[in-house]
Design a protein around this ligand. Structure first.
Ligand code: KIV
Length: 272
């Protein structure tokens, strides 16, 4: 058992804020289903993100754009049922909040009511301020998401590092301050220079959680399939693999096939 495994105590936005204040890093991973969420929760992960990356890693789409609100609610409700300690954040999917604050509120309320999630995440800065404020006004905690925002991939054109130039870096800092002023409880910054991410974390008081954003932030998030070595072909520089599940699963399934073909499974002890 890990020495870092904390005693069961439900994580809240308040505790995440306290973690930042005392310099304790926040651990966050994505989860999309009951069985995996149960393992991650009991391993002691602080935040589970039901990311719209489910569109890629669960449904096999090239981008996060196709996933629907109903599909996000389905994934989120499975994760929530498995959770005793972790704080569960759910992505509001593309097309369910941008440019329409009433729709943003409706989508957030559906996620909270139908999945039991604890907060929502929305991609973007000042341009979605009205939607964020509306969702927050209903008492729904909001996590922001700046830098590489995959729902805007067709605007960016590539998945390369964002905010490398001065103008984009300045806008990102302004957006981070805007999200803090609106009342977001935390922000994800994705694929931006480490020095910029650290500056953001130092200049705002809410937790800043990075992915491909260096070690100067308040916590880290990875896509679970990537860090467990399931998505073998995905090899960005920021990714550290903690397991090689592709090989482990392939070996296990090969052994099973061999046993079935050879008539070695089931044995006397494995039948009624
Ligand atoms: O959808 C997702 O998995 C995310 C993380 C990459 C932060 O937004």
């Amino acid at each position: 058992m890990s020495i870092h495994k904390p005693k069961i105590k439900k994580i809240t936005t308040h505790q995440l804020q306290e973690m930042k204040s005392r310099g304790e890093k926040i651990s966050m991973l994505t989860a999309y289903d009951y069985s995996m969420a149960k393992i991650l929760d009991s391993a002691g992960i602080d935040v589970l993100l039901v990311g719209d990356s489910a569109s890629n890693v669960m449904a096999g789409n090239e981008t996060t754009l196709p996933i629907t609100l109903e599909q996000m609610i389905y994934h989120a409700s499975s994760v929530v049922k498995a959770t005793t300690r972790s704080f569960v954040v759910v992505d509001i999917p593309f097309g369910s909040y941008q440019g329409n604050s009433s729709e943003a509120l409706r989508s957030a309320v559906r996620i909270m009511k139908e999945s039991g999630g604890h907060a929502v995440k929305m991609e973007g800065g000042s341009e979605i301020k009205e939607s964020i404020v509306r969702v927050l006004s209903a008492g729904v905690p909001v996590m922001g998401h700046l830098g590489l925002t995959p729902q805007s991939i067709f605007k960016f054109g590539t998945y390369t590092v964002r905010a490398k130039d001065e103008e984009e870096a300045k806008k990102l800092i302004e957006d981070a301050k805007c999200l803090e002023e609106c009342g977001c409880f935390a922000i994800v910054v994705e694929k931006i220079p480490a020095s910029l991410a650290e500056k953001v974390a130092n200049e705002i008081s809410i937790p800043v959680i990075g992915i491909g954003a260096g070690n100067g932030v308040d916590g880290q998030v990875l896509v679970m399939q990537d860090m467990l070595g399931i998505t073998k072909e995905f090899k960005p520089r920021f990714l550290r693999r903690y397991a090689d599940l592709d090989t482990i699963i392939t070996d296990a399934v090969s052994n099973y096939i061999e046993d079935v073909k050879a008539g070695d499974f089931p044995s006397e002890e494995e039948q009624y």
